[in-house]
Design a binder for this molecule. Sequence first.
Ligand code: ZN
Length: 236
Amino acid sequence: MPWRYARSRTVYRQANDSKGDVLADSWKRALVLSPHTDDGELGCGATLVRLAAAGCHVRYIAFSIANRSLPEGFPPDTLAREAREATAVLGVKDVVLHDFDVRTFPQHRQEILELLVKESKEFKPDVVFQPSPSDMHQDHQTVAREGLRAFKRTTMLGYLLPWNTSGFSDDCYITFGESELEKKVEAVGKYRSQAHRSYADPDYIRSLAKVHGVTVGRPYAEVFKVARLVLDPPTD
Ligand SMILES: [Zn+2]
């Protein structure tokens, strides 16, 4: 029978056993690439809660603190402060914030690649979460493309931001429960300067997680495009 990749799905269940988590057993170091602050929280916030709670070292890198996206009246350090508050809610302690101007990432492609190559050599992540290749935002595309160049031997999962994406392939489901979902909602809510965005609406975040969960018969899930999957044998 021919291999039918398009019909296959990977589902990472949350472990019921409080001693461990199937994700964190495989992934000791996870890197999240968030082109702008809040992309990582929206794309994979509940997954990060699971990983961090289970002892995985999660590093979150945002490439723009997007001052140009701030509504009038907010001080220029608003998004940096909100990003620190949001990641703290997720349990992520290792946060790196760069400051490339929004919508100019294609012009800084090489600089971004060099930052990522350095992360690949020094942090050595077991998994990288980044925007999916079908994300249409130019800054997201740049990070996704340079991520694939920099991490050639690493599991790479592209998260879904539906309002920016066309033709997403839902290869991988990471499931979670109510408490992880509510942490994600709370983290996104820390971006008070972005509360006017329709995708920051708690009902939308909960509904999307429910839609993806129901697809695989679980309460909630986040979905990912698998760009590369590396499965190592256990080390213990
Ligand atoms: Zn973005």
